[in-house]
Write a protein that binds this ligand. Structure first.
Ligand code: ADP
Ligand code: MG
Length: 574
C-alpha cells in the first residue's frame, strides 16, 4: 500500500492553490501566519505570484485593484480573527466599487469551534455583509467546486467580493486525490444585450435632445467599452463627462470632453446617457439642484436592481456596457445622428471650459512660496509620462489632482472610489505595478498621496522596496487633513499646554520627512519646497525606471482649492 497511496494524497493547502490556478488566478496578496502560511507557499509552487504585505487592509485593497485592472479577481489571504477583520475594509471597498475579489481566510480548527479557540470569530457570518458570497467548504473534497463558485460569483453580474473560510485543520490535512471533486475553469461572464425596443427608444430620445450628455462611469472602464464609447462620441458628436475612475475611457483631451464644465453640463443637460455609473453621491443622486428636474436619463447597467434608483429613467438598458453601446451604434447607423458642434449647448459648454481652465492656470502659475496645489499639479502634469497609471487619494490632493492631471488611457486611474476610502493608495499602486510588470512593463505607476492619506498604509513602502516595484510616490504635504499649521504656528500652539487638548484635530506634525521612509528601505527620497526642486526631483525619478522613489512636496498648509461657484460644491465636487 504505502507509497502508492502517498502519491495520490493532496493537502488542503495544495488543493486551494491548484483550484485558484485552475480558475486563472494570477496574484495573491496577504500576510501569512497560523494557519495560512502553507497556502501562500503552495500558491507560489503552482505559479501564482504572492506579495506579502504589512497590513491585511492594504493587501485586500491591492487584491481588489487586480480585479478591476484585469477583470479576473486577485486573492487576499489572511489569518483568522484580527487578520480577517482587518481585511473587511477591503471587501467592503471592493463590493462598493463593484470590483471582483476573492478573500481566503484561515479560521479556527473545526474541533475547537465555540470553545474560545485561538483567534476564533464568526467569520462566515461577518463576511456576509461585505460579500456576494461568504462560505466555508464542508470538506477538502469540495474545495475546487467552492473556489470555482466564488470566482464565478465575483465576476458574473455586478462584480463584487467573495469570501472563503478555511478551517485551520484543513490546511495540512490530506485526502486522496480520487475523492476530490475537481472542476474546470468557469466560463467567461456571459455578455448580455438590452431589449431592442429599449435601444430604439433610447436612440430616439438622444436624437430629440437639445442638450445631451454622456456620463461615463467606471462600469464602462471595467467592461472594456472604450472602443465602442469612443465610436459613439465621435459618430454622434456628443459631449461626455467621465466620473473620477472613468477618466481615460475616452481620453481627457478629446475635444468632446466637458469635464472642465462639469457643473454646467450636469445642471443643464436635458438628456443624459448613463454608462456604468450609479446615481449616488458622486453624481449628486441625479437630483436638482445639480440636475434639471425633468432631465431624461437613459440608464445602462448590468445590474437590474440598479435601474431606477433615485430617478425614474426615461429608458432602461439592461446589459453589458460595451455590448449595449454597440447596439446603440447599430441603431445610429440606421438613423444617423450628428449633434451639431455649433449648437448653443456646445457654445455654452466651451465657454465654461475656457473660463475654468483660465482660473486654474492663474493659480498654477503663482510664484509665491510655499507652493499651492495647482502649482504642484501643473509641474506633475508637465513631467510625468502620458501613459502612466495614476493612483491618487487624499481630500484636496485627490480632488484637485483629478481636475489638473489628465488620463489618456482606460483603467489607469485608481482612487478613493465609491466608498471614499483613505488608505487605498499604496495597495492599489502595488497591485498596478505587479499587473503592469506582466502586461505593460513600459508603464510607470505614479501614486499621488495627501500626507494624511499616505499615513494609513505608509509601511507598504517596505513592500514596494522588497519586491523592487519602481513606483513613484508623491506626497503632497500640507501638514494635515484638509489644512495644517506651519512650523511657527505649531510652536505657538504648543505653548497652550497638553498637545492632546490644543493640537487641532486636522493637524499633523509639520515638515514631516516622509521621504526618509523610502530611503530607509533603499529607495530614493526627495524633500522639495520650490518648483525648481520639484521639477528636478520629478525628472530624476521619472528617468530612473528601476528604483522606487518618494517625493515629499511641502505646500502651503493653508492652501485650498479655488473658490467654488456653488455653496453645495464644497465637499463632494467630484
Ligand atoms: P462611478 O463611480 O464611476 O460613478 P459606479 O461604481 O457608481 O461608477 O457604477 C458602476 C456601475 O457599472 C455599477 O452600477 C455596475 O453595476 C455597472 N457595471 C459593472 N460592470 C458592468 C458591465 N460589464 N456592463 C454594464 N454595467 C456594468
Ligand atoms: Mg494633507
Amino acid at each position: 500500500s504505502g507509497s502508492g497511496a502517498a502519491a495520490e494524497a493532496v493537502s488542503g493547502a495544495q488543493l486551494i492553490a491548484e483550484s485558484l490556478k485552475a480558475q486563472n488566478i494570477e496574484y495573491m496578496f496577504g500576510i501569512v501566519g497560523i494557519p495560512v502560511t502553507e497556502i501562500a507557499i503552495a500558491a507560489q509552487a503552482v505559479g501564482i505570484k504572492y506579495v506579502g504585505m504589512r497590513n491585511e487592509q492594504a493587501a485586500c485593497y491591492a487584491a481588489s485593484a487586480v480585479g478591476y485592472l484585469t477583470g479576473r479577481p486577485g486573492v487576499c489571504l489572511v489569518v483568522s480573527g484580527p487578520g480577517f477583520l482587518h481585511a473587511l475594509g477591503g471587501m467592503a471597498n471592493a463590493t462598493m466599487n463593484c470590483w471582483p475579489l476573492i478573500v481566503i481566510g484561515g479560521s479556527s480548527d473545526r474541533n475547537q469551534e465555540t470553545m474560545g479557540a485561538f483567534q476564533e470569530f464568526p467569520q462566515v457570518e461577518a463576511g456576509r455583509l461585505y460579500n456576494k458570497l461568504s462560505v466555508r467548504p464542508s470538506s477538502l473534497e469540495v474545495i475546487p467546486a467552492v473556489i470555482e463558485k466564488a470566482v464565478r460569483t465575483s465576476i458574473y453580474g455586478r462584480p463584487g467580493s467573495c469570501y472563503i473560510d478555511i478551517p485551520g485543520d484543513f490546511v495540512n490535512l490530506q485526502v486522496n486525490k480520487r475523492s476530490v471533486k475537481y472542476v474546470e475553469c468557469c466560463l467567461p461572464p456571459p455578455i448580455s444585450t438590452a431589449e431592442h425596443s429599449a435601444v430604439a427608444k433610447a436612440a430616439s430620445i438622444i436624437a430629440h435632445s437639445r442638450q445631451p450628455l454622456l456620463i461615463i462611469g467606471k462600469g464602462a472602464a471595467y467592461s472594456r467599452a472604450e472602443n465602442n464609447i469612443r465610436k459613439l462620441v465621435d459618430l454622434c458628436g456628443l459631449p461626455f463627462l467621465p466620473t473620477p475612475m472613468a477618466k481615460g475611457v475616452v481620453p481627457d483631451n478629446h475635444p468632446n470632453c466637458v469635464a472642465a464644465a462639469r457643473s454646467t453640463a450636469l445642471q443643464h443637460a436635458d438628456v443624459i446617457v448613463l454608462l456604468g455609473a450609479r446615481l449616488n453621491w458622486i453624481l449628486h443622486f441625479g437630483l436638482p439642484p445639480r440636475f434639471l428636474h425633468d432631465v431624461k436619463i437613459i440608464q445602462i447597467d448590468i445590474c437590474a436592481e440598479e435601474l431606477g434608483n433615485n430617478v425614474r429613467p426615461a429608458a432602461i438598458l439592461l446589459g453589458d456596457i460595451s455590448a449595449v453601446t454597440k447596439q446603440l451604434l447599430e441603431e445610429f447607423s440606421k438613423r444617423p445622428l450628428k449633434y451639431p458642434s455649433n449648437s448653443e449647448w456646445w457654445k455654452r459648454l466651451r465657454e465654461k471650459i475656457t473660463n475654468n481652465e483660465e482660473r486654474s492656470k492663474g493659480l498654477a502659475l503663482q510664484k509665491s512660496l510655499p507652493m499651492n496645489y495647482y502649482t504642484v499639479f501643473h509641474h506633475i502634469r508637465e513631467l510625468i509620462p502620458k501613459d502612466c497609471i495614476l493612483v491618487s487619494e487624499g481630500a484636496n490632493t485627490m480632488d484637485i489632482g483629478r481636475t489638473m492631471v489628465p488620463n489618456y488611457y482606460p483603467r489607469q486611474r485608481l482612487d478613493a472610489g465609491t466608498f471614499g476610502t483613505m488608505g487605498v493608495g499604496l495597495g492599489f499602486a502595488i497591485a498596478a505595478a505587479m499587473v503592469a510588470k506582466d502586461r505593460t512593463p513600459e508603464k510607470r505607476v505614479i501614486c499621488i498621496e495627501g500626507d494624511s492619506a499616505f499615513g494609513f498604509s505608509g509601511m507598504e513602502v517596505e513592500t514596494i522596496c522588497r519586491y523592487n516595484l519602481p513606483i513613484l510616490i508623491i506626497v503632497v504635504n500640507n501638514n494635515g487633513i484638509y489644512t495644517g499649521l506651519d512650523a511657527d504656528a505649531w510652536k505657538e500652539m504648543l505653548k497652550f499646554g497638553d498637545p492632546a487638548t490644543c493640537v487641532p484635530p486636522v493637524s499633523l506634525l509639520p515638515n514631516s520627512h516622509y521621504e526618509e521612509i523610502m530611503s530607509a528601505f533603499g529607495g530614493k527620497g526627495y524633500f522639495v519646497k520650490t518648483p525648481e526642486e520639484l521639477q528636478s526631483a520629478l525628472k530624476a525619478s521619472v528617468t530612473d525606471k528601476q528604483t522606487p522613489s518618494l517625493i515629499n512636496v511641502m505646500i502651503d498648509p493653508q492652501s485650498e482649492r479655488k473658490k467654488q461657484e456653488f455653496p453645495w460644491l464644497t465637499r463632494s465636487n467630484l
